[in-house]
Design a protein around this ligand. Structure first.
Ligand SMILES: N[C@@H](CCC(=O)N[C@@H](CS)C(=O)NCC(=O)O)C(=O)O
Length: 205
């Protein structure tokens, strides 16, 4: 989702090929044998294999909303926060969501392990509406999809935490036009077919 957010805001026209993970098309595995999505192949055939790298690829080409230039601090500081998300928090999120996949009796211990980091986001949002200032930037967009997943595991529990600003930040993002523009469902891509145009012209910018 975060790769789509960055491509949508950049307005760079792509061919989107929706992949069903149970039936990965050979073209995906040929481009990227690791077999995870998202994967981007540029017009020169360069393969970009991770969602954050795809965000950077798009925003380095066109960054109309200055996601790479936050109001506060700088890009390396944002990337440090994203690394915390992609590291420890993602590890906890996966186990909270799917404890049985990881041989955990319950996910609650992993939920609780994430509390301090989520509290640190709440603290960050005390001074401004977004993580690095009064407008959204890369860190917000890279982190929000995972906070959304975390909140959805047990929405009631999440709503009961003392995180009013984090909840508001999440709600604002979920109400945004950009979020809506990346939530469309697409049919699975079939070999030989053209993909979908993404972003649609009205989705750009
Ligand atoms: N580090 C990768 C991780 C991507 C990832 O794990 N994607 C999942 C889907 S969200 C996947 O493709 N899993 C492969 C599978 O389930 O076969 C990224 O950020 O792009």
């Amino acid at each position: 989702m975060r790769a789509r957010l960055a491509i949508a805001v950049s307005g760079i026209r792509c061919e989107l090929r929706e992949v069903v993970l149970r039936a990965k098309p050979p073209a995906l595995l040929q481009a990227s044998p690791k077999g995870t999505v998202p994967v981007l192949v540029d017009t020169k055939g360069v393969v970009v294999e991770h969602s954050l790298d795809i965000m950077m690829w798009a925003l380095r080409r066109n960054d109309p909303e200055n996601w790479l230039v936050p109001e506060q601090r700088d890009l390396p500081t944002m990337l440090d926060l994203v690394a915390e998300c992609d590291g420890a928090f993602k590890h906890q999120l996966d186990r909270y969501k799917y404890p049985q996949r990881y041989d955990c009796e319950t996910g609650e211990v992993w939920r609780d392990a994430a509390v301090d980091w989520l509290q640190s986001l709440e603290t960050r949002l005390k001074s401004d509406a977004y993580l690095f200032g009064a407008r959204p930037a890369l860190a917000d967009m890279a982190v929000a999809p995972f906070i959304r997943q975390f909140a959805h595991v047990d929405a009631q529990w999440f709503a009961q935490q003392p995180w009013p600003r984090l909840c508001q930040w999440l709600e604002n993002w979920k109400k945004s036009a950009l979020f809506a523009s990346v939530m469309s469902k697409y049919p699975a891509w079939q070999e030989g077919n053209p993909g979908e145009v993404f972003p649609l012209p009205q989705q750009a910018g």
